[in-house]
Write a protein that binds this ligand. Structure first.
Ligand code: NDP
Length: 285
């Protein structure tokens, strides 16, 4: 059943492609409901050609902010009044916050990841292997570097994207990044602290797709993280658990980036359990 909006409700939302059931909307509205916040999170289909008008519309309608998904994460920047530090370094925005009438672009993807990771490991002086060089890898790479990681190895199929991310990290952060072309099974170097799948391998419906790496190169001291929220228990997550590693699944990152967005918009820190339970209803656990 669609609930009617009423005029006293505060509005946030997401500008992106149409989806039948948007997990982020389900998660954020569960938090609003739990904390008795009279707010609504709307899923709004915005064509790339209409993005500027959509942002002007959000201003005119007093939106308190909005998320941006693909394909708007970079294009939205020219319509905003300013950027937070990491959004500026990575050149991509997934969360816009209305601060005293100014629309400021932030990036919560990597911040959510770092919060989930910091629960189990202190990031200072840590070395990372990051599979992928797309939007999620970029957000994670920048944010873990800003949080104190010293070494980041980018393993990516496309050399161009891999090298671009390495250049961005070396130029914009104090971490040392290097690129390895992903051919055949990658072997995790000894001494690696954190291994991250930031590719789309394992995402529904291709849940049996295999991340090409040598499982025997994982050791129990390593922390392993997967960005895939659907399904949360990917093959990579299961392999890492079998190897005795501590593991973070993609729901942890999604919940934490949702928490940060709600904090930015409302000033309230929502209950993570309520949000995770809402996501598990959508994705299963
Ligand atoms: P992009 O399309 O920007 O990047 C995809 C990445 O995956 C690229 O590095 C690409 O490599 C790699 N890749 C895809 N298929 C293969 C393959 N078969 N073999 C090797 N590499 C492959 O996507 P995003 O970075 O935006 O998103 C990636 C994933 O992150 C998505 O599944 C998304 O669901 C998830 N995500 C999760 C979030 C969360 O909160 N949990 C938040 C944001 C994203 P190449 O460059 O060679 O094409």
């Amino acid at each position: 059943m669609v609930e009617e909006l009423n005029f006293k409700q505060e509005l946030v939302g997401v500008f992106g492609k149409p989806v039948a059931e948007n997990p982020t909307q389900v998660m954020v509205e569960a938090a609003f409901h739990h904390h008795q916040l009279d707010w609504r999170y709307l899923t709004l289909e915005v064509d790339p050609a209409d993005l500027g008008d959509a942002v002007r519309g959000a201003r005119a309608m007093g939106f308190r902010g909005f998320n941006c998904t693909i394909p708007h994460k970079v294009a939205v920047i020219e319509h905003l009044d300013g950027l937070g530090e990491s959004a500026s370094t990575m050149g991509a925005v997934n969360c816009v916050v209305n601060r005293d009438g100014q629309f400021i672009g932030e990036n919560t993807d990597g911040k959510g990841f770092v919060v989930a990771l910091k629960d189990i490991i202190d990031l200072s002086n840590k070395s990372f292997v990051l599979f992928g060089a797309g939007g999620a890898a970029r957000a994670i790479g920048v944010e873990v570097a800003l949080a104190g990681a010293t070494s980041i190895t980018i393993v990516n199929r496309s050399e161009k994207r891999g090298r671009e991310l390495v250049e961005l990290l070396n130029a914009g952060t104090s971490a040392r990044a290097d690129y390895v072309k992903w051919e055949g099974e990658f072997s995790i170097p000894e001494g690696t602290d954190v291994v991250v799948n930031a590719t789309s391998i394992g995402l529904f419906p291709d849940i049996d797709a295999v991340l090409a790496f040598d499982i025997d190169s994982l050791s129990p001291e390593m922390v392993v993280a997967d960005v895939i929220p659907n399904p949360p228990r990917t093959r990579f997550v299961r392999d890492a658990e079998t190897a005795g590693c501590k593991v973070i699944d993609g729901l942890g990152m999604l919940v934490n980036q949702g928490i940060i967005g709600i904090e930015y918009w409302t000033g309230v820190t929502p209950d993570p359990m309520v949000m995770r339970a809402a996501l598990e209803k959508v994705f299963g656990n």
